[in-house]
Design a protein around this ligand. Structure first.
Ligand SMILES: Nc1nc2c(c(=O)[nH]1)N[C@H]1C(S)=C(S)[C@@H](COP(=O)(O)O)O[C@H]1N2
Ligand SMILES: [Mo]
Length: 301
């Protein structure tokens, strides 16, 4: 993976801004480009267009980066964009453990060096009733899982967000048990639609969108797409995800988008006035429904 600075002037302004902001916060200014928080203007090179993209028009950058769910940085949608600015995303390691033959602390640069990045335009549906279309930059989770070489006992994959209350002021609130945890069944994790995202609109992922590494599972409600991942564990047992732990009658393990479960029949696309009918599996049924054949999806919600 190579980063290119497209707009020198913008970049210099950001550098100055970051230096001033970090000084004001009493932090040491980051010394190298890679040590800085994600800034608008750093683009990925060699990103391939994906066949798996939706042809719907993406929401603008401003929607995607200023209306966020990221409770570690506050419950209000506007807070993560502001409060995550100084969050440090480099260096970054992902600790891989559990039922696999290659458990290790993987440096993010090493993970990315082995993957080819793709533009993936996906529908994104939050359980709160809003939706967007988001042009991610990422790579299939399956590719990284293969490198970890899971054993035959690995039935699920558990993901954990960084636990860093000093950097994440929202952790003072006890809405959830921290750190944030999510999980997928192995076949869901290996599905070609499931990606690890590192960017947006060809650029490095802004902190509020889960930099430097977040999961994206487009046929599930947004909360499955865990941000700022630092741990991946292969397990025999179904992981207990944070929202299920908090409210098991409302949030299940699967959380497949399903208009006939709960109050999820309609959604509002950000920027649109009229509501849309929510589609089963968020419109990805042709690709994913077979994984759930024979399962009662009202029971396994
Ligand atoms: N660590 C962490 N990951 C998280 C969340 C969170 O609060 N903490 N919120 C989830 C929810 S509810 C949604 S809808 C998506 C929102 O992703 P976006 O802000 O990039 O659109 O992130 C998910 N991942
Ligand atoms: Mo959500």
């Amino acid at each position: 993976m190579k980063l290119r600075v497209t707009d020198k002037r913008l970049y210099m302004n950001r550098r100055e801004f970051i230096a001033t902001a970090t000084a004001a916060l009493g932090l040491a200014a980051p010394s190298r480009v890679v040590a800085q928080p994600a800034v608008h203007g750093r683009r990925f090179e060699n990103v391939k267009k994906s066949q798996l993209s939706t042809d719907e028009r993406p929401n603008p950058w401003e929607h995607i980066t200023s209306y966020n769910n990221y409770y570690e940085f506050g419950i209000d949608k506007e807070l993560p964009a502001m409060l995550s600015k100084p969050f440090k995303t480099s260096p970054w390691t992902v600790a891989v453990s559990g039922e696999c033959n290659k458990p290790a602390a993987y440096h993010l640069e090493d993970i990315l060096a082995g993957e080819s990045l793709e533009d993936r335009i996906y529908r994104h549906r939050c359980v709160e009733g809003w939706s967007m279309v988001i042009p991610w930059v990422g790579f299939p989770l399956s590719a990284f899982i293969k490198r970890c070489d899971p054993t035959s006992r690995a039935k699920y994959v558990e993901f954990t967000t960084i636990y860093d209350p000093k950097q994440m002021p929202g952790m003072r609130s006890h809405v959830l048990h921290w750190p944030y945890v999510e999980g997928l069944r192995m076949d869901e994790a290996m599905h070609p639609l499931t990606i690890l995202a590192v960017g947006l609109y060809g650029e490095v992922l802004p902190n509020q969108n889960g930099a430097p590494l977040r999961l994206v599972v487009p046929w599930k409600y947004g909360f499955k797409s865990i941000k700022a991942i630092v741990k991946i564990r292969f397990t025999e047992k179904e992981p207990l995800n944070s929202w299920q732990e908090a409210a098991p009658s409302v949030y299940g393990f699967y959380s497949n988008v399903n208009p006939s479960v709960g109050d999820q029949a309609y959604e509002r696309r950000l920027g649109e006035f009229l509501k849309r009918k929510t589609l089963m599996f968020n419109g990805y049924g042709d690709q994913v429904a077979s994984m759930y054949a024979g399962m009662n999806l009202r029971k396994f919600f």
